[in-house]
Design a protein around this ligand. Structure first.
Ligand code: WTA
Length: 654
């Protein structure tokens, strides 16, 4: 289809049916919704049969709001499900991971049989160090295979892992180790970033000064850099793990054994230790992976381009995929390590069939231009996914057109650290998708959009997203703080899980996620989403990225302030700033409404982002409201906010 035809067609339909070839063989067929809704708990029990149980559960759900137990009398071992059973079934030579290093040309191939040896050796090493069932182990590692092995080795022993993203500071690591009282840390000397070593061990050493309960640190050598060594506490992985027997007989644990803790930010400064248990979490990560990514284990090569330091890496690099026994790409580097076309070279080389990533990355790739994907054979791709934030339709279309060559369905998946697995998503062989909409609850999941009083809103209306029935991979709570669990998620609307996100049901009843409700603005009594205004700005041909906040305003309550990066700087495009800013304001007025017109637009070369790629609107709000800046330690580049403050001072105001 030519570009103009595509645009005309888009204008007319704005929706995309699944390709017939995919629909015919899709794992999820249209009857799935009715089958699940007839008896969701029973349907989830059948999904639990994807797992190998030592004792199959006779119980499904026990629900004492807000405490859920799923499959509680069943017993199993998570890693037997991820690894052993595939080897036992004769699939030991199947590749589990094509690991691609940050450095161009470096890679490792790990089969399921090799993975079993690695996990068994690591489990034996952890036993030697004293790890036992019920312990907590912090993992602070780069994206190397040993990170996955470390997680699985903990799980094999019934110890909960708490993976802390390797971009976090020593302080953040220390507070997480303390909060769940981890007695062990697994780390590496460093990470490799765009070819250069970036140390990790010094942060561990610093953190452990305030963590006296840590008994042992296991250190993978990745960079070869000199490291400080604490005799008796520190152990090299290659000395401790490699000499172990590669046989380890897995024990069976109850379904409700804690599998993992993952810290996530809340509205207060203290991160919440969200924890997940084994049976329900594995059931839902495995089922969602199977249906949403339409997994064909024999032929697919799947790539979740995320970090294991976040829940996406846990659920869709480690547990969901390994339970399904698939072959994956695991990539250590940044999108431009070794060149801006690095991703497309990886897709081409490994014939990746399913790619799952975040909108912010898509927008970065978009900024780098469509010539890069066009220069590579991406014909192996058959399905694309996004997660983590609302995707603006422009990025969605760009992804579909330039990466998916207009014939790959896009699954825009909504979920949270707390939900453990995907909750709202299209199903690739069924759903007629709309750019920017996550569409429908996954089978067996009940969600709603409610107003301030908790009443369901009608089609065409917006409100708060809630989950109205328990689900297998729901968090079992906040580590050590059951009251905060109740207050944060269950107090706002009695009986319902409050997700903290705004959402809208469109005229067809399909769901659009509108971003965190803390990002919802109230302008002269009109409720507007920051996301909506950002979408509008990004829809302007000159705009690359936009972050919008509601800054307090004497007259209107809040006023919209937009921070905008351009595809080309105004100078490069031979445009004066003031007329361009006015053009952008008018553009927003035209796309949404005059009430959505930003009071102020700041053109900036960069936006403050966390290391997971989220724009830190809180800091932008501080800048816009002339407050002293809050915590900037989680930013990739803390200088960006000061630069923006400077730009505001120069008079971006019109
Ligand atoms: C946002 C990431 C819109 C949302 C798996 C949620 C999304 C938060 C989407 C959770 C999506 C995630 N569309 N917003 N498809 N997916 N979000 O815990 O605001 O890092 O509450 O989990 O990301 O972020 P978290």
């Amino acid at each position: 289809m030519t570009e103009s035809k595509l645009e005309a067609w888009l204008e007319e339909t704005r929706s995309f049916a699944p390709p017939a070839s995919l629909a015919a063989h899709a794992n999820a067929q249209p009857s799935i919704y009715d089958e699940a809704s007839a008896d969701p708990v029973a349907w989830w029990r059948t999904q639990a049969d994807r797992l190998t149980w030592d004792t199959p559960p006779t119980k499904s759900l026990e629900w004492d709001l807000p405490n859920a137990k799923w499959f509680s009398d069943g017993t199993l071992n998570a890693t037997v499900n991820c690894v052993d059973r595939h080897v036992e079934a004769g699939r030991g030579d199947k590749v589990a991971f094509h690991w691609v290093a940050d450095v161009d040309g470096e890679s490792r191939t790990i089969t399921y049989r090799q993975l079993l040896s690695m996990v068994s050796q690591a489990a034996n090493a952890l036993i030697e160090l004293g790890v036992k069932s019920g312990d907590r182990v912090a993992i602070y590692m780069p994206m190397i295979p040993e990170a996955v092995v470390a997680m699985l080795a903990c799980a094999r022993l019934g110890a909960a892992h708490s993976v802390v993203f390797a971009g976090f500071s020593a302080d953040a690591l220390a507070s997480r180790i303390q909060d769940s009282d981890c007695a062990y840390v697994i780390t590496a000397d460093g990470a490799i970033r765009r070819g250069a070593p970036s140390p990790l061990k010094p942060a561990v050493d610093e953190a452990l000064q305030s963590c006296p309960n840590v008994k042992a640190v296991l250190v993978v050598r990745r960079t070869g850099a000199d490291v400080n060594w604490v005799e008796g506490r520190d152990h090299w992985w290659h000395e401790t793990v490699d000499r172990q027997s590669d046989v380890h007989v897995a024990e069976s644990f109850p379904a409700e054994q804690t599998l993992l803790i993952m810290y996530t930010s809340g509205t207060t400064a203290k991160p919440k230790g969200i924890f997940h248990t084994t049976g329900g979490y594995l059931t839902q990560t495995a089922a969602t992976y199977h249906y949403i990514f339409d997994v064909k284990p024999e032929t697919d090569v799947l790539w979740t381009a995320a970090d294991i330091g976040w829940i996406t890496g846990h659920s869709y690099i480690v547990y969901g995929p390994l339970v399904n026994g698939v072959t994956q790409v695991m990539y250590e580097g940044l999108p431009d390590s070794g060149g801006r076309d690095r991703w497309w070279r990886i897709v081409e080389q490994y014939k990746v069939s399913v790619l799952y990533t975040a909108p912010t990355t898509i927008r970065t790739l978009m900024k780098w231009g469509e010539d890069l994907p066009a220069g590579h054979d991406l014909g192996s791709l058959r399905l694309l996914g996004t997660v983590g934030e609302p995707i603006n339709p422009e990025a969605w279309i760009w992804y579909r057109k330039n990466v998916g060559r207009d014939n790959c369905p896009i699954v825009d998946t909504w979920w949270q650290t707390e939900t453990g697995a995907i909750m709202i998503t299209p199903l690739p062989g069924i759903t007629v998708t709309k750019p920017g909409a996550a569409m429908k609850a996954f089978p067996g999941i009940s969600v709603d959009v409610v107003d301030n009083d908790g009443n369901s809103v009608g089609n065409g209306e917006g409100g708060y997203l809630v989950v109205t029935a328990p689900w297998p991979s729901m968090t079992r709570g906040i580590w050590g703080d059951p009251q905060r669990f109740v207050d944060t998620y269950w107090a706002r609307f009695p009986g319902k899980y409050f997700a903290g996100d705004g959402a809208k049901k469109d005229d067809d009843g399909d769901l659009w996620l509108l971003g965190r409700i803390d990002d919802v603005m109230n302008i002269s009594g009109h409720r507007l989403s920051t996301t909506e205004v950002e979408h509008a700005l990004v829809g302007h041909p000159m705009v690359a990225e936009a972050a919008v906040i509601g800054a307090s305003d004497e007259t209107t309550g809040q006023a919209i302030v937009a921070f905008v990066t351009l595809k080309l700087s105004a100078e490069q495009a031979n445009q004066d700033q003031a007329p361009l800013i006015e053009e952008l304001r008018q553009h927003v007025a035209k796309v949404i409404s005059p009430i959505a017109k930003p009071r102020q637009i700041i053109l900036t070369p960069d936006l403050p982002k966390t290391r997971s790629g989220k724009i830190m609107r809180r800091l932008l709000r501080d800048v816009a409201e002339n407050r002293t800046l809050g915590d900037v330690t989680t930013l990739t580049d803390p200088t960006v906010v000061n630069m923006i403050a400077g730009l505001m001072g120069e008079g971006g105001e019109d």
